[in-house]
Ligand binder design. Structure first.
Ligand code: COA
Length: 254
């Protein structure tokens, strides 16, 4: 199973588990997480959601083969449903990240409440390097969290950066050794489980609620552009180059 789900002691744990493809996320995987979060919303046995991967990899982002063959078309697409379920989840969401968190692997963290990262974590939003543009409100949230210039550097160059950098930017709460991250995140989740759900929901809603219309509007603006760019010659060249294990050549599209 590419996505593992586990429910216990008030914590819903969702684990990326597709190691042979570095946990690259397919449409089916997005759909599973979206459905799991939606049903957890009303599940009284779930107080907190915890999203994690494997010790060596969080996720390589969207499956690039899927991007080529089934580009997400509209608001019914699994990736869109996943991000909607995540951003509208009213209970706390914690992420525990080890290894690379590429593309949506980093973007999704901007929608989480607490993010704990291992010292082997590596974040990247390589959209420009793939002939694409930012997605799922990263062009709004990252400048807000990190400041414009730091966000611009990460979104325009798309280069990987460390857990320490992410912590300084503001979207990682704490950096820990690989062997300790999940246990620490679980312990933080356990602290939340015993607090009143009504207070959790109110606190989250007070912090995030007012901004939701702006986030939704940015997601739509990005999605339209992203959809157009996904079928561009630049993106095709980038995806094919990845699978041919070579550097893309964008010079012919200048
Ligand atoms: N989509 C589909 N397949 C992917 C993938 C992705 N996003 N990322 C990795 N894979 C596959 C590789 O094609 C390879 O498959 P193969 O064994 O059949 O050749 C396998 O996973 C291992 O990947 P590899 O690149 O050899 O692993 P690595 O440890 O050297 O590097 C990453 C790991 C995550 C840094 C690297 O795989 C990577 O950069 N992936 C692409 C990230 C990306 O651009 N994502 C989209 C963002 S929008």
């Amino acid at each position: 199973m590419d996505i593992l789900t586990n429910k216990g002691n008030g914590i819903l744990t969702i684990t990326f588990n597709r190691p042979d493809k570095k946990n690259a996320i397919t449409a089916a995987m997005y759909q599973t997480i979206a459905d799991t979060l939606k049903s957890a919303e009303t599940d009284k046995e779930v107080s907190v959601a915890l999203i994690t991967g494997r010790p060596e990899i969080f996720t390589a982002g969207n499956d690039l083969d899927d991007f080529l063959k089934n580009p997400p078309q509209d608001t019914q697409s699994p990736v869109y449903q996943f991000i909607q379920a995540l951003m509208h989840f009213t209970k706390p969401v914690i992420a525990a990240v080890c290894g690379p968190a590429v593309g949506i692997g980093t973007t999704m963290l901007l929608h989480c409440d607490f993010v704990y990262a291992a010292d082997n974590a590596q974040f990247s939003m390589p959209f420009a390097k793939l002939g694409l543009c930012p997605e799922f409100a990263s062009s709004l949230l990252l400048p807000q969290i990190a400041g414009y210039q730091r966000a611009a550097e990460k979104l325009m160059l798309g280069e990987p950066f460390s857990a320490q950098d992410a912590c300084e930017m503001g979207f990682v709460n704490k950096v820990l050794p690989v062997a300790e991250v999940l246990a620490f995140a679980q312990a933080q989740a356990a602290k939340l489980v015993v607090l009143p759900t009504s207070s959790m929901k109110a606190t989250k809603s007070l912090m995030k609620g007012k901004q939701i219309p702006a986030v939704e509007a940015k997601i739509i603006e990005e999605s339209i552009l992203f959809g157009e760019m996904l079928v561009s010659n630049e993106a095709k060249e980038a995806f094919i180059a990845f699978f041919e294990k070579r550097k893309p050549d964008f010079t012919k599209f200048k």
